[in-house]
Ligand binder design. Structure first.
Ligand code: ZN
Length: 377
């Protein structure tokens, strides 16, 4: 057997298969052909290209469930590959930058010329974030029928985005979420809901969500979050978690608090997915990248294997693509990240300028996208 690419002796951590140890990975035609154990170089098959991964942690290609990559037409967008394959991330999901009217331009700008796979949560408002950041303040801008047609015709769209905070919905309160949920239920897709400052109050938002729906910014430190003033979990948050509603990090400029995350972990509540909400204005801090966001969860005591699961297999399941991405199982696409756990101190900062000094951090070194080797920056 001659492989196109052989990644040998890496420390493979693949939560989906339970593998955690030294493995070789053989890749042909952009697919993972074989994964096998061993430190034995003598009996290795031949390959056109070989990567000695002894110093790396080898994970499924990282998946970022919440980014903004619609450049030019929104005030937020950042170049896809800058936060994608150049940072070890093989799939990004744009979270509502585009609505049905602006989606064709989004495809041209963010998707067509990118090495990174781009999926999308489509904004329930027809312009997405292209007409300003109060996209749900005018109910006539919500475009159910056209959005439904688009979702049915484009498999890159994985669900519907609704940003439910005061500055976005203005006088409309919870109403836009009714529209988004109704449509999502008709099409059997999830919604991703951004939470922030009330109105609408968080309990009203959570009460509408069902299994598989995603609450992004779940661990923000603003008033009216998942904890009451005395630090106990909001009953509606508890019930939502029990129903299978997904709590996602969605770091962003102002939406991730170490104090909130710490309190959640004390109560045994972990994020299901780690996403960045990365865009032009937070890439130089506090967000930086997905691996730095993962590092923050490590610094708060979440084990490495779980942090990797929250950034690979779990988002793949939300996207209903776990047969293709999110694992290193044989027969899946060869999307793979080679990371280094740098044993150096680093200060990491949340959205409230709280800082933790960590003793190590994750750094992306190489990205394999559909079998193609790309160097990280
Ligand atoms: Zn966002």
């Amino acid at each position: 057997m001659n492989y196109d690419l052989l990644i040998r002796n890496g420390h493979v951590i693949d939560p989906a298969s339970g593998r955690n140890g030294r493995f070789h990975i053989g890749i042909t035609n952009g697919m993972i052909q074989k994964v096998w154990e061993g430190n034995d170089d003598l009996s290795l098959p031949t390959a056109t290209k070989i990567i000695d991964a002894r110093e790396y942690i080898v994970t499924p290609g990282l998946i970022d469930l919440h980014v903004h990559v619609f450049t030019d037409k929104t005030p937020l967008g950042i170049k896809t590959d800058r936060i994608g394959v150049q940072q070890g991330v093989t799939t990004v999901v744009d979270a509502g930058s585009a609505g049905v009217d602006t989606y064709p331009i989004f495809l041209e700008e963010a998707v067509t010329n990118s090495e990174t796979e781009v999926l999308a949560w489509i904004n329930i408002s027809r312009l997405g974030l292209c007409g300003g950041l109060s996209e749900l303040a005018d109910m006539t801008q919500l475009a159910s029928e056209e959005t439904a047609r688009l979702i049915k015709s484009d498999s890159r769209i994985c669900g519907i985005k609704a940003r439910m905070s005061a500055s976005v919905v203005k006088e409309n309160g919870i109403k836009p979420l009714y529209v988004a949920k109704k449509l999502a239920n008709e099409l059997a897709v999830p919604v991703m809901v951004h939470i922030g400052n009330a109105p609408p109050p968080l309990h009203e938002v959570l009460e509408l969500l069902e299994e598989g729906d995603v609450v992004t910014h779940a661990f923000h430190g603003k008033k009216g979050g998942i904890f009451t003033k005395d630090g106990s979990l909001l009953p509606e948050a508890d019930q939502a978690l029990k129903r299978g509603v997904i709590f996602d990090v969605g770091h962003g400029t102002s939406s991730f608090s170490f104090a909130t995350m710490k309190r959640a972990l004390e109560l045994g509540i972990k994020p299901y997915t780690i996403s960045t909400d990365i865009y032009r204005h937070n890439v130089d801090g506090p967000v930086h990248s997905l691996t730095i966001t993962m590092t923050k969860l490590l610094a708060l005591g979440v084990p490495l294997e779980e942090v990797i699961e929250m950034s690979t297999y779990n988002p793949a399941k939300i996207l209903q693509r776990e047969q293709v991405i999110g694992s290193l199982k044989e027969g899946t696409r060869a999307d793979i990240s080679l990371l280094r756990l740098k044993k150096e101190p680093l200060h990491v900062t949340d959205s409230e300028e709280a800082t933790i000094l960590t003793s190590s951090y994750l750094q992306p070194e190489l990205t394999i996208k559909s079998g193609k080797v790309l160097r990280c920056i």
